[in-house]
Design a protein around this ligand. Structure first.
Ligand SMILES: Nc1ncnc2c1ncn2[C@@H]1O[C@H](COP(=O)(O)OP(=O)(O)OP(=O)(O)O)[C@@H](O)[C@H]1O
Ligand SMILES: [Mg+2]
Length: 455
């Protein structure tokens, strides 16, 4: 069925899922996610050969006017390059979009809007849409303006995506040709984030680390997880292969200590789970208290972060709140904290109490200023004053003055839906982002918000 119809999929965080639906019906030329705000730059840089562009709601931000401008810029680019035969399809669940785009579809005849009245657009709807297009189209692939076929749009797109997180004003200077160049670009441009996941114990910290890092690696970000929770070592639960290796290999069993001691040797001392995904932790068998005392401290952590932050796009720390006193001086080296709090009153109050007990006022307000809230175990039956306890409310309550050193307004990074099947991911090496569409979306969103930083 595919017949090589070349489609560019503009679907933001839904990229993987939608691409999965369409592999039989089309050649999706990008595997990395794209949004409408970045599309023109992408088209100009990569100039891919295509038959169509497919947009879903996740391609758009909530800023309607800006989205419209960005969208029109793309339409103009297509027109300018005599690419009028390139089909533009928008599949949306939002009835208002029809009106918004009606005017445009008069001017741009190849633009079609398909409204889908479901909570989630089903696979069959995508397939039918492409079928309509195929019938209308019935013609061969349109080459780009100068007839040149772009050799490796995928590779370019990946590098391009990563560079999005660097200095946007320099974006056009970046010309990436191969993996090595890309790596050098990453290192020289220092595209990296150090993110610490914190909160009261049991609030879903480790699962957040495991899923966000996995999601990041899928999106081409070289990621390192650091499990600082040496008391419980719970990342072991999510990546069973680490535990297995640790049983056989002393270096891996003591991975965290060795990596803290000599971060520059991380290729040997950290554990490579899969392409782009690394972790360092202690195996359950490690018991040497003396070595712990020597290397498990703030100075070594700061050293590790400063050596490795240029080797990774993402360093993500599992850092329960009660470790913050030990790593107090490291707080300033963390770009953003993901503060995990479930949406129930008990969790909110014990988080604030935890902050009060663990941190002095100055550290508490630092943490506040550098945090984005992750509402974990989000349960939509949970109530606060008879209303649904929505993530925004959790946020409001946390900073409402119940703790006087914690009163800055925080931004929300997102929420993780409660799931009765949550523990199916334990010891599988396959975090939930791979098996639950809902969680893939949730953690993907949180990842993007955290990568944006606190601004
Ligand atoms: N979204 C969720 N849905 C259902 N259960 C969840 C969810 N998030 C976390 N849990 C439950 O909470 C438990 C603890 O989660 P996780 O290991 O991520 O938390 P933690 O804060 O690191 O805890 P610990 O203090 O034990 O290290 C999980 O085993 C799971 O049972
Ligand atoms: Mg944990």
């Amino acid at each position: 069925m595919g017949d090589g119809m070349k489609l560019l999929l503009v679907s933001g965080i839904m990229q993987q899922i939608v691409a999965g639906y369409l592999t039989k019906n089309a050649d999706i030329i990008n595997s990395a996610p794209l949004e409408v705000k970045d599309l023109l730059t992408f088209l100009e840089d990569v100039n891919p050969t295509l038959d169509g562009l497919l947009f879903t709601d996740e391609a758009f931000s909530r800023q309607e006017e800006q989205d419209k401008q960005d969208f029109i810029a793309v339409l103009n680019w297509l027109n300018k390059g005599h690419r009028q035969s390139v089909k533009i399809m928008v599949i949306s669940r939002d009835f208002a979009k029809e009106g918004q785009f009606a005017e445009l579809s008069q001017k741009y005849t190849s633009l079609r809007i398909f409204i889908c009245d479901y909570v989630r657009v089903p696979r069959s709807f995508f397939e039918q849409t492409l079928e309509v297009l195929r019938k209308e189209n019935g013609q061969s692939t349109v080459d780009s303006e100068n007839g040149e076929r772009t050799e490796e749009p995928e590779k370019k797109l990946r590098s391009w995506l990563i560079n999005r997180f660097s200095k946007p004003q320099n974006k056009t200077e970046i010309k990436i040709t191969d993996g090595l160049t890309r790596e050098l670009e990453n290192i020289s441009r220092g595209i990296s984030r150090v993110i610490a996941i914190t909160g009261h114990r049991g609030c879903g910290l480790t699962s957040t680390v495991a899923n966000i890092a996995y999601e990041a690696s899928k999106r081409g970000l070289n990621s390192l997880m650091i499990d600082l929770d040496v008391e419980y070592r719970s990342i072991n639960m999510y990546y069973g292969s680490f535990g297995e290796q640790a049983k056989r290999d002393e270096v891996i069993e003591a991975s965290l200590i060795r990596t803290l001691a000599r971060p520059q040797d991380y290729l040997k001392t950290a554990f490579n789970i899969k392409e782009n995904l690394w972790m360092t932790a202690l195996g359950y068998g490690f018991t040497d208290r003396k070595l712990l005392g020597q290397f498990y401290n703030c100075r070594k952590l700061v050293g590790l972060v400063s050596v490795l932050r240029n080797k990774f796009n993402l360093i993500i720390l599992d850092m329960p709140m009660d470790l913050l006193p030990t790593f107090k001086e490291a707080i300033i080296h963390v770009d953003v904290f993901g503060l995990c709090v479930p949406n129930n009153l008990y969790a909110v109050l014990s988080t604030l109490r935890n902050i009060e007990v663990m941190l002095d006022k100055e550290s508490a307000s630092y943490l506040n200023a550098k945090s984005r809230l992750i509402v974990t175990k989000y349960n939509d039956r949970s109530r606060f004053k008879e209303n649904i306890f929505i993530p925004e409310k959790v946020n409001e309550l946390l900073t409402s003055g119940l703790n006087e050193s914690f009163t800055y307004e925080m931004k929300l990074a997102g929420h993780v839906p409660f799931s009765s099947k949550f523990d199916a991911q334990i010891e599988t090496d396959i975090p939930l982002v791979n098996t639950s569409v809902e969680h893939e979306q949730a953690y993907g969103n949180i990842l993007l918000r955290l990568m944006e930083g606190i601004n």
